[in-house]
Write a new protein. Sequence first.
Length: 462
Amino acid sequence: MARVLLTQPWLYHDEGRDDYDLWNEWRNGPYSLILLATNLRRAGHEVLVVDLHRDLILHKGDLDRLLEEFRTKIVDFRPDMLGVSFFSIHWFEVRRLVAEARKTCEIASIACTFIAGGIHATTASADTIENLGFDISFLGEADIGLIRLANGERPDDVPGAYTTSNPTTRHGQSIKSLDDLPFADWSFVDYKFYAHPTYIRLKVRSTTSIDMIMGRGCVYKCAFCAYYALSPTRFYSAEYLLENAKYLLNEFGIRGVYFTDSTIGNNRRLIEEFSEGMIRSGLSDQMEWYANIRPNQVTRPLLELMWRSGCRYLFYGMESGSQRVLDLMVKGMKLESSYRAAEMHRDMRFPYNASFIFGYPGETESEMRSTIEMIKTIKAPSIGVNWYVPLPGTPDYDSLRAKGRITHDDPAEWRWISEVNQMKSFSDVEESRFRKLFAEAQDAAYSWVPRENGSFWTDAFV
């Protein structure tokens, strides 16, 4: 039996922050870590999940206190393996986390193997080993591979385990049937923190949820995204998802589920079967659910079925009001599908979020103005205006490097993906002008549209 410590890093902008309000925040829990922990425990290993993301917030941004507690947990648990799942935005935090943990293990004479997982570990393995201090950078899914490592197998014999002696490009072995995985046991973390009611998502009223996924991978390959590189595309069964929802309701009192797949629309039949099952089982009267989906994947009959089954919010990456920019992004959809989805939602008073990207490489001022006009036309109840940031592992990043637009890997720039108005612009618009256009888009989304909407969307729940 191995002792495995899995951890989620903190976000740097929570450092020193003492004004955290759970009612006006929305954070996703470490679903993947929890599932890995549940699977490892089922295989007979002892597992501890340390959620540094949540802990820093509850410590009111006191990083010194957070790291002191982390060191204490390492000494008390004495892990054989320490795993970290992270994105490129966490680069600096992970580097410090690993350095602190290694020093602690050295002082306490703990022989521990450090393992990285997630999209950055998959797409930037050499950087993960050389600059972040890990022993193993795991490529792809680790459900099977992590158990094999915990069982004592040599890393060089485990598919997906990238090391200095074995710089493999082979991904980890994938679970053939996702239904063979256990339900993620959210008691590994403070699930009530992530399920706390918030107004941020729906805007018109508070919602509460815990994360699930309908499947893994994505059939689309958007140029700004690396999600498809992590896993082959496959899905859970509707029966599994319904039982998982019941488990969350009965074991944890959870009355909302958020499907965090890049889009659940890759399997329309699964959506229909799940929705029909929610209605048939009566779960639609006890739970709400929310999801990410693409505008070109919805129809009026599908939306009506989803609404009857308890779906109360959908998140769309509409991205741009220009068909040319959508094509540059390799979105694989027509601009008209976004307008059509928005019209259906407004007619049904079905709340949704419309997310847009500004500053995309090659984007012109007239195309940005088309997006601003689109924001004002559709008048979504919730809107995201995002400053484009290229990330490692995406086709965009490789293309910009090849063109000399990115001259070196800069983790300080990657972290701006979670911020706005801080990065340089990659569009064809002069930067000072671009900043004015971006501010104009923010004003349209966050001030003009809410005033125009008034109580329209709120009345849907009266």
